[in-house]
Ligand binder design. Structure first.
Ligand SMILES: *Cc1c(COP(=O)(O)O)cnc(C)c1O
Length: 366
Protein backbone atom coordinates (compact mmCIF):
# COMPACT_ATOMS: atom_id res chain seq x y z
CA UNK A 1 0.00 0.00 0.00
CA UNK A 2 1.41 3.40 -0.97
CA UNK A 3 1.13 6.81 0.72
CA UNK A 4 0.88 4.98 4.04
CA UNK A 5 0.68 8.14 6.19
CA UNK A 6 -2.02 9.94 4.16
CA UNK A 7 -5.59 10.30 5.38
CA UNK A 8 -6.84 8.77 2.14
CA UNK A 9 -5.25 5.68 0.63
CA UNK A 10 -5.83 4.03 -2.70
CA UNK A 11 -6.07 0.27 -2.48
CA UNK A 12 -7.22 -1.95 -5.34
CA UNK A 13 -8.54 1.17 -7.08
CA UNK A 14 -10.71 2.03 -4.06
CA UNK A 15 -10.36 5.02 -1.76
CA UNK A 16 -9.91 4.17 1.91
CA UNK A 17 -10.00 6.32 5.02
CA UNK A 18 -6.72 5.57 6.78
CA UNK A 19 -7.11 5.09 10.54
CA UNK A 20 -3.99 2.99 10.93
CA UNK A 21 -1.22 5.55 11.39
CA UNK A 22 0.14 7.65 14.25
CA UNK A 23 0.10 10.73 12.00
CA UNK A 24 -2.63 12.09 14.30
CA UNK A 25 -2.62 15.66 13.00
CA UNK A 26 -1.92 14.88 9.34
CA UNK A 27 1.23 17.02 9.57
CA UNK A 28 3.44 14.65 7.55
CA UNK A 29 1.98 15.99 4.32
CA UNK A 30 1.27 19.56 5.39
CA UNK A 31 2.55 21.86 2.60
CA UNK A 32 4.39 24.27 4.93
CA UNK A 33 6.10 21.39 6.73
CA UNK A 34 7.10 19.70 3.47
CA UNK A 35 8.40 23.02 2.08
CA UNK A 36 10.56 23.61 5.14
CA UNK A 37 12.00 20.10 4.91
CA UNK A 38 12.76 20.28 1.19
CA UNK A 39 14.30 23.73 1.47
CA UNK A 40 16.66 22.46 4.17
CA UNK A 41 17.59 19.45 2.03
CA UNK A 42 18.39 21.68 -0.95
CA UNK A 43 20.43 24.12 1.11
CA UNK A 44 22.19 21.74 3.51
CA UNK A 45 22.08 18.33 1.85
CA UNK A 46 20.55 15.02 2.81
CA UNK A 47 22.68 14.02 5.78
CA UNK A 48 24.27 15.58 8.83
CA UNK A 49 27.53 13.63 8.39
CA UNK A 50 28.30 12.78 12.01
CA UNK A 51 27.15 12.69 15.59
CA UNK A 52 26.23 16.01 17.20
CA UNK A 53 29.27 15.89 19.44
CA UNK A 54 31.63 15.60 16.45
CA UNK A 55 30.64 17.77 13.48
CA UNK A 56 26.99 16.85 13.12
CA UNK A 57 25.79 19.92 14.98
CA UNK A 58 24.24 23.01 13.44
CA UNK A 59 22.32 26.01 14.68
CA UNK A 60 19.13 24.30 13.47
CA UNK A 61 19.25 21.71 16.27
CA UNK A 62 19.83 24.30 18.93
CA UNK A 63 17.03 26.44 17.57
CA UNK A 64 14.64 23.48 17.71
CA UNK A 65 15.79 22.57 21.22
CA UNK A 66 15.25 26.10 22.49
CA UNK A 67 11.81 26.11 20.90
CA UNK A 68 10.86 22.80 22.52
CA UNK A 69 12.09 23.93 25.95
CA UNK A 70 10.10 27.15 25.66
CA UNK A 71 7.01 25.24 24.49
CA UNK A 72 7.21 22.81 27.41
CA UNK A 73 8.37 25.36 29.96
CA UNK A 74 11.52 23.42 30.89
CA UNK A 75 15.02 24.79 31.38
CA UNK A 76 16.47 22.72 28.59
CA UNK A 77 15.74 20.15 25.89
CA UNK A 78 17.72 17.71 23.79
CA UNK A 79 16.77 16.30 20.38
CA UNK A 80 17.67 12.63 19.89
CA UNK A 81 17.47 10.48 16.75
CA UNK A 82 14.30 8.55 17.58
CA UNK A 83 11.97 7.80 20.45
CA UNK A 84 13.59 4.41 20.81
CA UNK A 85 17.07 5.95 21.06
CA UNK A 86 15.78 8.66 23.41
CA UNK A 87 14.45 6.16 25.95
CA UNK A 88 17.66 4.11 25.80
CA UNK A 89 19.70 7.30 26.17
CA UNK A 90 18.08 8.98 29.14
CA UNK A 91 17.66 5.70 31.03
CA UNK A 92 21.27 4.77 30.32
CA UNK A 93 22.44 8.18 31.48
CA UNK A 94 20.41 8.36 34.68
CA UNK A 95 19.97 4.76 35.84
CA UNK A 96 22.60 2.22 36.86
CA UNK A 97 23.20 -0.86 38.99
CA UNK A 98 22.07 0.94 42.15
CA UNK A 99 18.86 2.31 40.69
CA UNK A 100 15.40 0.83 40.92
CA UNK A 101 13.15 1.71 37.99
CA UNK A 102 9.39 1.34 38.49
CA UNK A 103 7.65 0.77 35.18
CA UNK A 104 4.05 0.15 34.08
CA UNK A 105 3.67 -3.34 32.63
CA UNK A 106 2.31 -1.97 29.39
CA UNK A 107 5.09 0.55 28.83
CA UNK A 108 6.59 0.75 25.36
CA UNK A 109 9.32 -1.75 24.38
CA UNK A 110 11.93 1.01 24.17
CA UNK A 111 11.46 1.68 27.89
CA UNK A 112 11.82 -2.01 28.73
CA UNK A 113 15.00 -2.23 26.63
CA UNK A 114 16.35 0.98 28.14
CA UNK A 115 15.92 -0.30 31.68
CA UNK A 116 17.58 -3.61 30.81
CA UNK A 117 20.56 -1.93 29.15
CA UNK A 118 20.99 0.43 32.10
CA UNK A 119 21.43 -2.59 34.43
CA UNK A 120 19.03 -1.04 36.89
CA UNK A 121 16.63 -3.22 38.86
CA UNK A 122 13.40 -3.42 36.84
CA UNK A 123 10.25 -3.37 38.98
CA UNK A 124 7.08 -3.66 36.96
CA UNK A 125 3.69 -2.72 38.36
CA UNK A 126 0.35 -3.91 36.99
CA UNK A 127 -1.06 -1.60 34.34
CA UNK A 128 -2.17 1.65 36.01
CA UNK A 129 -2.58 -0.22 39.32
CA UNK A 130 -1.74 2.38 41.99
CA UNK A 131 -2.28 0.01 44.89
CA UNK A 132 0.30 -2.35 43.42
CA UNK A 133 2.68 0.54 42.77
CA UNK A 134 2.30 1.85 46.32
CA UNK A 135 3.13 -1.61 47.71
CA UNK A 136 6.23 -1.89 45.55
CA UNK A 137 7.40 1.59 46.51
CA UNK A 138 6.96 0.68 50.14
CA UNK A 139 8.96 -2.49 49.64
CA UNK A 140 11.85 -0.47 48.15
CA UNK A 141 11.58 2.35 50.66
CA UNK A 142 15.28 2.16 51.59
CA UNK A 143 16.62 2.39 48.05
CA UNK A 144 18.21 5.78 47.42
CA UNK A 145 18.00 6.07 43.65
CA UNK A 146 14.51 5.54 42.31
CA UNK A 147 12.96 6.38 38.95
CA UNK A 148 9.39 5.86 37.79
CA UNK A 149 8.67 5.81 34.08
CA UNK A 150 5.34 5.53 32.33
CA UNK A 151 3.75 6.15 28.96
CA UNK A 152 1.26 8.99 29.39
CA UNK A 153 -1.08 7.55 26.73
CA UNK A 154 -0.85 3.81 26.10
CA UNK A 155 -0.59 2.93 22.45
CA UNK A 156 -2.65 -0.27 22.27
CA UNK A 157 -5.41 0.68 24.73
CA UNK A 158 -5.69 4.43 24.27
CA UNK A 159 -5.99 4.94 28.02
CA UNK A 160 -4.06 7.41 30.17
CA UNK A 161 -1.71 6.89 33.09
CA UNK A 162 -3.29 8.04 36.42
CA UNK A 163 -0.79 10.86 36.57
CA UNK A 164 -2.13 12.68 39.61
CA UNK A 165 -1.77 9.60 41.82
CA UNK A 166 1.62 8.82 40.30
CA UNK A 167 2.87 12.34 41.05
CA UNK A 168 1.69 12.06 44.67
CA UNK A 169 3.37 8.68 45.15
CA UNK A 170 6.61 9.90 43.56
CA UNK A 171 6.68 12.95 45.81
CA UNK A 172 5.96 10.88 48.90
CA UNK A 173 8.75 8.41 48.09
CA UNK A 174 11.33 10.77 46.55
CA UNK A 175 11.17 9.18 43.09
CA UNK A 176 12.34 10.85 39.88
CA UNK A 177 9.38 10.87 37.48
CA UNK A 178 9.75 10.40 33.71
CA UNK A 179 6.86 10.57 31.28
CA UNK A 180 6.84 9.21 27.73
CA UNK A 181 4.39 11.46 25.89
CA UNK A 182 4.81 9.76 22.48
CA UNK A 183 1.05 9.50 21.86
CA UNK A 184 0.04 12.66 23.72
CA UNK A 185 2.54 15.19 22.38
CA UNK A 186 0.88 17.41 19.77
CA UNK A 187 -2.59 16.57 21.09
CA UNK A 188 -3.11 16.86 24.84
CA UNK A 189 -2.46 20.09 26.73
CA UNK A 190 -2.50 22.29 23.61
CA UNK A 191 0.10 19.97 22.14
CA UNK A 192 2.39 19.96 25.19
CA UNK A 193 1.30 16.58 26.49
CA UNK A 194 -0.85 14.99 29.17
CA UNK A 195 1.18 16.44 32.04
CA UNK A 196 0.31 19.95 30.87
CA UNK A 197 -3.33 19.05 30.28
CA UNK A 198 -3.60 17.99 33.92
CA UNK A 199 -1.61 20.95 35.26
CA UNK A 200 1.16 18.61 36.45
CA UNK A 201 4.00 19.58 34.14
CA UNK A 202 6.21 20.93 36.91
CA UNK A 203 5.90 17.71 38.88
CA UNK A 204 7.36 15.68 36.00
CA UNK A 205 11.17 15.58 36.03
CA UNK A 206 11.70 14.23 32.52
CA UNK A 207 9.39 14.92 29.60
CA UNK A 208 10.07 12.65 26.67
CA UNK A 209 8.16 12.75 23.40
CA UNK A 210 8.51 11.75 19.78
CA UNK A 211 8.29 13.82 16.64
CA UNK A 212 7.42 10.66 14.69
CA UNK A 213 3.76 10.56 15.68
CA UNK A 214 1.51 13.63 15.87
CA UNK A 215 4.33 15.87 14.65
CA UNK A 216 4.42 13.86 11.41
CA UNK A 217 8.23 13.85 11.27
CA UNK A 218 10.97 11.91 12.99
CA UNK A 219 13.14 12.13 16.09
CA UNK A 220 12.42 12.69 19.76
CA UNK A 221 13.00 15.12 22.59
CA UNK A 222 13.99 14.89 26.23
CA UNK A 223 13.07 18.07 28.11
CA UNK A 224 14.02 18.65 31.74
CA UNK A 225 16.14 20.67 34.15
CA UNK A 226 19.44 21.76 32.62
CA UNK A 227 21.55 19.42 34.77
CA UNK A 228 19.49 16.39 33.76
CA UNK A 229 19.64 17.29 30.06
CA UNK A 230 23.41 17.81 30.36
CA UNK A 231 23.79 14.28 31.74
CA UNK A 232 21.83 12.81 28.82
CA UNK A 233 23.84 14.91 26.36
CA UNK A 234 27.15 13.69 27.80
CA UNK A 235 26.33 10.09 28.66
CA UNK A 236 23.30 9.07 26.59
CA UNK A 237 24.76 6.46 24.25
CA UNK A 238 21.96 6.73 21.70
CA UNK A 239 22.82 10.41 21.44
CA UNK A 240 26.61 10.32 21.62
CA UNK A 241 27.18 7.33 19.33
CA UNK A 242 24.61 7.97 16.63
CA UNK A 243 24.59 10.31 13.65
CA UNK A 244 22.38 13.32 14.18
CA UNK A 245 19.14 13.66 12.25
CA UNK A 246 19.33 15.12 8.73
CA UNK A 247 18.76 18.90 8.53
CA UNK A 248 15.58 18.35 6.52
CA UNK A 249 14.06 16.33 9.38
CA UNK A 250 14.94 19.02 11.91
CA UNK A 251 13.50 21.75 9.69
CA UNK A 252 10.31 19.70 9.18
CA UNK A 253 10.00 19.18 12.94
CA UNK A 254 10.47 22.89 13.52
CA UNK A 255 7.72 23.73 11.03
CA UNK A 256 5.45 21.09 12.57
CA UNK A 257 5.93 22.58 16.03
CA UNK A 258 5.09 26.00 14.61
CA UNK A 259 1.78 24.57 13.28
CA UNK A 260 1.04 22.88 16.60
CA UNK A 261 1.60 26.16 18.47
CA UNK A 262 -0.54 28.06 16.00
CA UNK A 263 -3.43 25.60 16.27
CA UNK A 264 -3.59 24.76 19.97
CA UNK A 265 -7.15 23.42 19.78
CA UNK A 266 -6.65 20.79 17.09
CA UNK A 267 -5.91 18.13 19.67
CA UNK A 268 -9.01 18.96 21.68
CA UNK A 269 -11.15 18.74 18.55
CA UNK A 270 -9.62 15.35 17.79
CA UNK A 271 -10.35 14.10 21.31
CA UNK A 272 -13.94 15.33 20.90
CA UNK A 273 -14.36 13.28 17.71
CA UNK A 274 -12.99 10.24 19.51
CA UNK A 275 -15.49 10.69 22.34
CA UNK A 276 -18.35 10.96 19.86
CA UNK A 277 -17.25 7.77 18.10
CA UNK A 278 -16.78 5.84 21.36
CA UNK A 279 -20.37 6.64 22.32
CA UNK A 280 -21.67 5.30 19.01
CA UNK A 281 -19.50 2.18 19.26
CA UNK A 282 -20.75 1.57 22.79
CA UNK A 283 -24.39 1.79 21.67
CA UNK A 284 -23.61 -0.74 18.93
CA UNK A 285 -22.33 -3.14 21.59
CA UNK A 286 -18.62 -2.79 20.88
CA UNK A 287 -16.12 -2.66 23.73
CA UNK A 288 -13.52 0.11 23.68
CA UNK A 289 -11.88 -0.71 27.01
CA UNK A 290 -10.42 2.22 28.92
CA UNK A 291 -9.86 4.42 25.86
CA UNK A 292 -9.99 8.16 26.59
CA UNK A 293 -7.92 9.36 23.67
CA UNK A 294 -7.68 9.45 19.88
CA UNK A 295 -6.61 5.80 20.03
CA UNK A 296 -9.65 3.54 20.20
CA UNK A 297 -9.29 -0.22 20.54
CA UNK A 298 -12.33 -2.24 19.53
CA UNK A 299 -11.95 -5.53 21.38
CA UNK A 300 -12.78 -8.58 19.27
CA UNK A 301 -11.22 -11.40 21.34
CA UNK A 302 -10.27 -14.06 18.81
CA UNK A 303 -7.72 -13.37 16.08
CA UNK A 304 -10.04 -14.53 13.34
CA UNK A 305 -12.80 -12.20 14.54
CA UNK A 306 -10.43 -9.24 14.47
CA UNK A 307 -9.27 -10.14 10.96
CA UNK A 308 -12.83 -10.64 9.75
CA UNK A 309 -13.83 -7.22 11.11
CA UNK A 310 -10.81 -5.52 9.56
CA UNK A 311 -11.54 -7.05 6.15
CA UNK A 312 -15.24 -6.17 6.41
CA UNK A 313 -14.44 -2.52 7.23
CA UNK A 314 -12.10 -2.41 4.21
CA UNK A 315 -15.06 -3.16 1.96
CA UNK A 316 -16.83 -0.15 3.54
CA UNK A 317 -13.90 2.16 2.81
CA UNK A 318 -12.30 2.24 6.29
CA UNK A 319 -8.77 0.98 6.89
CA UNK A 320 -7.91 0.03 10.48
CA UNK A 321 -5.27 -2.33 11.84
CA UNK A 322 -6.01 -5.66 13.51
CA UNK A 323 -3.68 -6.08 16.49
CA UNK A 324 -3.10 -9.61 17.71
CA UNK A 325 -0.98 -11.39 20.31
CA UNK A 326 1.90 -11.17 21.12
CA UNK A 327 1.54 -7.38 20.65
CA UNK A 328 -1.46 -7.58 23.02
CA UNK A 329 -2.36 -10.25 25.61
CA UNK A 330 -3.82 -13.56 24.38
CA UNK A 331 -7.56 -13.44 23.78
CA UNK A 332 -7.63 -9.65 23.36
CA UNK A 333 -7.18 -9.33 19.60
CA UNK A 334 -8.59 -6.00 18.59
CA UNK A 335 -9.04 -3.39 15.93
CA UNK A 336 -6.99 -0.29 16.62
CA UNK A 337 -8.44 2.95 15.33
CA UNK A 338 -6.32 6.03 15.48
CA UNK A 339 -8.44 9.03 14.66
CA UNK A 340 -6.90 12.09 13.04
CA UNK A 341 -7.51 15.78 13.31
CA UNK A 342 -7.55 16.15 9.52
CA UNK A 343 -10.78 14.10 9.35
CA UNK A 344 -13.94 16.03 8.58
CA UNK A 345 -17.39 15.23 9.98
CA UNK A 346 -18.22 13.28 6.81
CA UNK A 347 -15.30 10.97 7.50
CA UNK A 348 -16.51 10.39 11.04
CA UNK A 349 -19.98 9.55 9.70
CA UNK A 350 -18.39 7.04 7.31
CA UNK A 351 -16.69 5.30 10.25
CA UNK A 352 -19.92 5.25 12.25
CA UNK A 353 -21.92 3.73 9.40
CA UNK A 354 -19.19 1.17 8.64
CA UNK A 355 -19.32 -0.02 12.26
CA UNK A 356 -23.13 -0.02 12.22
CA UNK A 357 -22.98 -2.42 9.29
CA UNK A 358 -20.27 -4.48 10.97
CA UNK A 359 -22.49 -4.86 14.05
CA UNK A 360 -25.37 -6.10 11.86
CA UNK A 361 -23.06 -8.50 10.04
CA UNK A 362 -21.77 -9.95 13.32
CA UNK A 363 -25.31 -10.33 14.68
CA UNK A 364 -26.44 -12.14 11.55
CA UNK A 365 -23.70 -14.73 12.19
CA UNK A 366 -24.65 -15.35 15.81
C1 LIG B 1 6.52 5.05 19.22
C2 LIG B 1 6.94 5.09 20.61
C3 LIG B 1 8.29 5.20 20.96
C4 LIG B 1 9.39 5.13 19.94
O1 LIG B 1 9.42 6.26 19.13
P1 LIG B 1 10.11 6.21 17.69
O2 LIG B 1 10.30 7.63 17.35
O3 LIG B 1 9.16 5.49 16.77
O4 LIG B 1 11.40 5.46 17.84
C5 LIG B 1 8.60 5.34 22.29
N1 LIG B 1 7.65 5.35 23.24
C6 LIG B 1 6.34 5.19 22.94
C7 LIG B 1 5.33 5.20 24.03
C8 LIG B 1 5.94 5.07 21.62
O5 LIG B 1 4.66 4.93 21.32
Amino acid sequence: MEDGADLRLRFDGKELLNLATNNYLGLSTHPAVCDAASRAAREQGTGSGASRIVTGNSSLYEKLEREIASFLGTESALVIGSGYAANLSWLGALAGRNTVVFSDRLNHASIVDGIQLSRAKHVRYRHCDMKHLADLLEKHRDVEQKILVTDSVFSMDGDCAPLREIVDLCEEHGVLLALDEAHASGIWGEGRGLAHALGLADAVDIHMGTMSKAWGGYGAYVAARADIVALVRNRGRGFVFSTSLPPSVIAGNFAALFRIRQNPNEGQRLLGMAQELREVLGKLGFETGGSETQIIPVLMGRNEDALFARDFLLTKGVFVSAIRPPTVPAGTARLRLSLRADMVQEDLELVKSAFTELAKEIQSHE
